[in-house]
Each structure stands twice: as structure tokens, then as C-alpha cells.
Ligand binder design. Structure first.
Ligand code: ACO
Length: 327
């Protein structure tokens, strides 16, 4: 299976750390030194997650030279769907006019795009589907408590997409996904969640007043779990691909916190310049983060044909994944 094209989209409105200083008791220096984030993009009220996803999808389709009719599967990874139902993927299908596709969402928070990559890989390798559109898209601004400095400084909105197709059997270089690790640990559901608004706690005026329908996070616990699981997942993915850390040309990590990325580089003994970062511009866009970074890395020429690329992500669940792709 190969990645035939990528695309991404971020909303126009920029919210800087200086803007946040006016909303909550924080400083640009605190945010940047603890996270590496300088600014993030915020979607307009009328821009739903499917709008962000559709823009990114169109760019990926154009990049791959694929028409809407050719798509036979659409997977959207999101934790901020347009509606409980129908799925955001069905909204995207309608927007694109991709009527030959089957469309569904998956929920794996920030690991969602890598989960989607693995699901799509199975569909393609089994011969069940030929041309698959995977999208990571989130509008976290809609589920952020803008009075909570512990969380509101971290997140942003955006979408990224990729078109996946079967490998050309005449291509002598084995390109595409070389290995994957996917894992989750449901014992950690409480360290990062939106507690209200679902069937466990239907939203009421009282719990809406307490902002229980927004992101709640135990930052230090998330940090520790992220470092532990992502480091182990990277090592396993590299070993399963029959490679060594020094064979990795570029790492595209989840864009949550530069200190987590530094910890992975240190553990793998990867030079920090091998890590692709754009979190200073966009913050943590959850399911979109790896997808946007992959697109930006591809378009900026950071990846050459034959390069071994390490993708790694973690998020609420706790859910995490790593993958080695040969570009
Ligand atoms: N500005 C100023 N001070 C702040 C802010 C802020 N924005 N936020 C918290 N503080 C304060 C805290 O109140 C605390 O004060 P106290 O010591 O008086 O109680 C102090 O700063 C230190 O807080 P810590 O939590 O120890 O700060 P830490 O160094 O752990 O950094 C952070 C916090 C950035 C949240 C870090 O823990 C982190 O990045 N965790 C991982 C988060 C993450 O990756 N989440 C996304 C997962 S992806 C998904 O699924 C959506």
C-alpha cells in the first residue's frame, strides 16, 4: 500500500499566545517554554469539522490525481464530529460527491489518523478496496474550556488527509507501510476526557455551567503515559520493520508538546533535527496533527523517495500507535 497524495487545511483565524494572555492568567513565555506552542488556528463558528476535512481531502485528491468517483472508502478520525450521527465521514462523502465510497468515522483521539492508516491498509492489502481517503480532522476549539488555562493554551483546529492505494507491483522499491504498532489502555480513560454530553452524562444546564462538556486533562499523567508508550511503540515499530533508529530519515510525531518529542529523540538517540515540528504554528490539533505534519513534510521536500519515516501518536483512551513508512 502506498500514500498516493496528501493534503491539509487550517482555518484562517490565528490565536496567539499574546491573545490568550488576555483570556486567562498565562504568558507567552510559560506556554512556549512548557509546550513549544506560539499560536494556533481557530475555525469560524460556521466551519464544522467536516468543512475542515473536506478542504484537506480535496487537496489530497488533487495531489494524488484521484477523482471523487474513484474513492471506495472514506475514514474520518475525529473526536469532534459535526453531529453524534450521521458520521462526519458521511458529511464529507456528500461534500465531495464520492458516492461509490463507504464512509465511517473512528474515535482514537490523537492516535486516530494512524489507526485509520492501519485500517485502510488492511482493506487495501486484502483486495477489498482500491482507493481510500483517510482524514484526521478536529475542531477542538468547540470543546475547549476557554476559562481553563491548563488546557485552553494547548489546542487548535485543522485537518489533514491522505489518499492510499495498492502498491504498484512493478515498483522495485517496497514503498508504503513497513510496520505498525497499535495499542490502547482503557484503565487510563479518566486522565483525558470530555466527561459530559454523552450517554454517561447527558448535558444539562447545571453540568454545562460547570463546563463538563469540555476537555478535562490531568496534564502530568498524560505527559508520563505519552513518553512511556510512544518511546516503546517507536522501538517496536522500528524493530518490526527490520530497521535501526539510525535508519530513520525523519520522525513525524504527534504535535502536542515539544518536550515529549525531545524525550522520544533522546530515547531513540535521534538527532532533534530529524523530528518534524509544526506545533509552534498550530498547537495540538488532535487527529489532524500527524496528517497536517505529513502533508507539510511532503510538500516542503523533507521526504525523499525511499526514506524511512517514523510516525508516532498518542491520545485519549489511552490510545497510541507508531508506524514506519517508506516514502
Ligand atoms: N499558564 C501559566 N501557568 C499554568 C498554565 C498556563 N497556561 N497552565 C498550568 N499552569 C500552572 C499550573 O497551575 C501549575 O501551578 P501550581 O504549581 O501552582 O499548581 C504550574 O503551572 C505547573 O503545572 P504543571 O502541570 O506541573 O506543568 P507541566 O510542566 O506538567 O506542563 C502541560 C503542563 C504543558 C499540560 C504538560 O503536562 C503536558 O504537555 N502534558 C501532556 C498534555 C498532552 O499532550 N495532551 C494532549 C494529549 S492528546 C489528546 O488526546 C487530545
Amino acid at each position: 500500500m502506498t500514500i498516493a497524495g496528501t493534503g491539509s487545511y487550517v482555518p484562517e483565524r490565528v490565536l496567539t499566545n499574546a491573545d490568550l494572555e488576555k483570556l486567562v492568567d498565562t504568558t507567552d513565555d510559560w506556554i512556549f517554554s512548557r509546550t513549544g506552542i506560539r499560536e494556533r488556528r481557530i475555525a469560524a463558528p460556521e466551519e464544522a469539522t467536516s468543512h475542515l476535512a473536506t478542504h484537506a481531502a480535496r487537496r489530497a485528491m488533487e495531489n494524488a490525481g484521484v477523482t471523487a468517483e474513484q474513492l471506495d472508502l472514506i475514514i474520518v478520525a475525529t473526536i469532534s464530529p459535526d453531529t453524534f450521527f450521521p458520521s462526519t465521514a458521511c458529511h464529507v462523502q456528500r461534500n465531495l460527491g464520492a458516492l461509490n465510497a463507504v464512509a465511517f468515522d473512528i474515535s482514537a483521539a490523537c492516535a486516530g489518523f494512524l489507526y485509520a492508516l492501519q485500517i485502510a491498509r488492511h482493506f487495501i492489502n486484502s483486495g477489498n478496496r482500491k482507493t481510500v481517503l483517510i482524514i484526521g480532522a478536529d475542531k477542538l476549539s468547540g470543546i475547549t474550556n476557554w476559562q481553563d488555562r491548563n488546557t485552553c493554551v494547548l489546542f487548535g483546529d485543522g485537518a489533514g488527509a491522505a489518499i492510499l492505494q495498492a502498491r504498484d507491483p512493478t515498483d522495485p522499491t517496497p514503498r508504503g507501510v513497513l510496520s505498525t504498532v497499535m495499542a490502547s489502555d482503557g484503565r487510563l480513560t479518566d486522565i483525558l476526557s470530555v466527561p459530559g454530553g454523552g450517554s454517561a452524562m447527558p448535558i444539562t444546564p447545571e453540568n454545562a455551567d460547570q463546563r463538563l462538556n469540555t476537555i478535562h486533562m490531568m496534564g502530568r499523567e498524560v505527559f508520563k503515559a505519552a513518553v512511556k508508550h510512544t518511546c516503546e511503540a517507536c522501538e517496536t515499530a522500528i524493530a518490526r520493520a527490520g530497521l535501526k533508529p539510525e535508519d530513520i530519515s525523519l520522525m513525524i510525531p504527534h504535535q502536542a508538546n515539544v518536550r515529549i518529542v525531545d524525550a522520544i529523540c533522546e530515547r531513540l538517540k535521534l538527532p532533534p533535527e530529524k523530528a518534524f515540528l509544526n506545533l509552534h504554528k498550530y498547537g495540538n490539533t488532535s487527529g489532524a496533527a500527524i496528517a497536517i505534519a505529513l502533508d507539510e513534510a511532503a510538500r516542503s521536500g523533507r521526504m525523499k523517495k525511499g526514506d524511512n519515516i517514523l510516525l508516532v501518536a498518542f491520545g485519549a483512551g489511552f490510545a497510541w500507535a507508531a508506524s514506519i513508512i517508506r516514502w
